[in-house]
Design a protein around this ligand. Structure first.
Ligand code: GRF
Length: 199
């Protein structure tokens, strides 16, 4: 299966996928990595692995719609079976999601539907929950509201900071992403109402 991965940052989730794809039994390969930013470590990871990259910055386009169309065209050009948003910090449009229907997945560093948005670990800490985690979901037009594919629980420790908690969540997040994407590409998946069935 062909994966296109979109990143905005350090790309440790991307790296976990790249490492998994080294084994042919895994059943997938990353055919391209895209970003909304130049000079991010995620792109450097792709380049080191010899994988084509592309950057579509919002500021390079006349409008958000024009940016989204350019991104969509770039992704479509690589004919992905699955588009993985791995720390991609922009929302994509409904047209983007229609183009790759039920084939865009994202990870979120909280247990959905708790703490949607970009500050899941900080919000969990501020709320005082004892357990948080991460969620892999099929992207829909909402913010972190899509159908849940997988979740992993992570304990919140008394002395956690946002950074230590997020790092512990990211360990679980990478394992979840590799496990679930592997199962999806090997066994197939279907979205049925709120549920995602693999196999
Ligand atoms: C992940 O926790 C992701 O869920 C969040 O940002 C982090 C990205 O990490 N939105 P990386 O770039 O994969 O290292």
């Amino acid at each position: 299966a062909r994966l296109v991965v979109l990143v905005s940052g350090s790309g440790t989730n991307l790296q976990a996928l790249l490492d998994a794809c080294d084994d042919p039994v895994y059943g997938a390969k990353v055919v391209a990595v895209g970003s909304d930013r130049f000079d991010v470590e995620g792109l450097a990871r792709a380049e080191r692995a010899g994988i084509p990259t592309f950057v579509k910055e919002v500021s390079q386009h006349d409008s958000r719609d024009a940016w989204d169309l350019a991104l969509r065209r770039a992704v479509a050009g690589f004919e992905p079976d699955l588009v993985v948003l791995a720390g991609f910090m922009k929302l994509v449009s409904e047209e983007f999601l229609q183009t790759f229907e039920h084939r865009v997945v994202n990870t979120h560093p909280a247990l959905s539907p708790a703490f949607p948005g970009t500050s899941g670990p900080a919000d969990a800490l501020a709320y005082g929950v004892k357990v948080t985690g991460c969620t892999l979901f099929v992207v829909d037009p909402g913010v972190d509201t899509g159908q849940i594919i997988d979740q992993r629980a992570v304990e919140v420790l008394d002395d956690d900071t946002v950074e230590t908690l997020h790092e512990r969540i990211k360990v679980a997040e990478r394992a979840m992403l590799v496990d679930s994407v592997g199962r999806m590409v090997r066994e197939g998946w279907a979205v049925e109402g709120r549920r995602v069935r693999i196999g």
